[in-house]
Design a protein around this ligand. Sequence first.
Ligand code: 16G
Length: 242
Amino acid sequence: MIDKSSPLPIYYQIQEMIRKKMNAGEWEPGDMLPSERIFAEEFDVSRMTVRQAIIELVNEGLLRREKGKGTFVAEKKLEQTLQGLTSFTEDMKARGFEPGNVLNYFRVTEASSDAAKALNIKENDKVYEMQRIRLADKEPMALETTYINANLIKGLTEEHAGKSLYQYIEKELNLKIGFADQTLESAVAGKKEAELLSINKGDPILWISRLTHLQDDTPFEYVKSAYRGDRYKFSIHMPRDS
Ligand code: 16G
C-alpha cells in the first residue's frame, strides 16, 4: 500500500492509510494500533517515518497515546451546536447518553466581585455557588462553576443541583429562560481541571463563560465551564445576511 516511487511523502501515505481504515470502521475508537516496529516492518520504512505519521495524527486528535501501553484510535468528539439555548441534561439526552453530575460543592454565599458584576447585583447579595462535573455515560465531559442569583431563583437545593438546574427553574419555579451570552476561549488544563476531568495537565480545554437571562432580560446565571478539548467540537450554521 506504500508507494515509494510516489511524490507523496511516505509519512503522509501512512497517515492516509490510517485515516481510511478509521473512516471505513475497520479501526474503531479504543482500538490499539500495531506498534511502530510492526508498521515499520510491514511497510519496509524507518520507525522514525512511522513515528512522524503517528505524532501528527495524535496532535490532530484522531489518535491518542498512552504511556507504556501504545497508540489508540481516539473517541469521536461530540458535536455541540452553538445555536439555541439548551441545558447539559437536554444535550446528553438528545444524543442518547445518560447525563450525570458529580457535585463538588454547593453553597449559599455572598457574591464575589466577578459574579456580582456579571449578575448585576451587589457584592453582598446572596448567590448559590456550585461546582459540578458533568458526565455523559459516566465519563467526565465538562467542569462547571455556577453562580445563581438567589433572590431570583428561590429554594434551590443540592438535590436540584445534582440533577437539572434548567428543569428546576422552568418546571418547578415556572420561570421563563430567555437567552444567554457566551464566550469561548482555548486553554490548557491545570492540575485541578485535569484531575476532575480525568485528563492530563496540559491537555487542551475550552473555557466557556455563559451569562443566562430570564425572559424579562434579568441575568440569573453566570457559569464558567471547562470543556474537554479531546471530546468536544462546536458547530454553528451561519447564513449570510442579505
Ligand atoms: C449547560 C450550560 C450551563 C447550564 C447548564 C444547565 C454551557 C456552556 N453551559 O451546561 O450554563 O447551567 O447547561 O444544565 O452550555 P442542567 O439543566 O442539566 O443543570
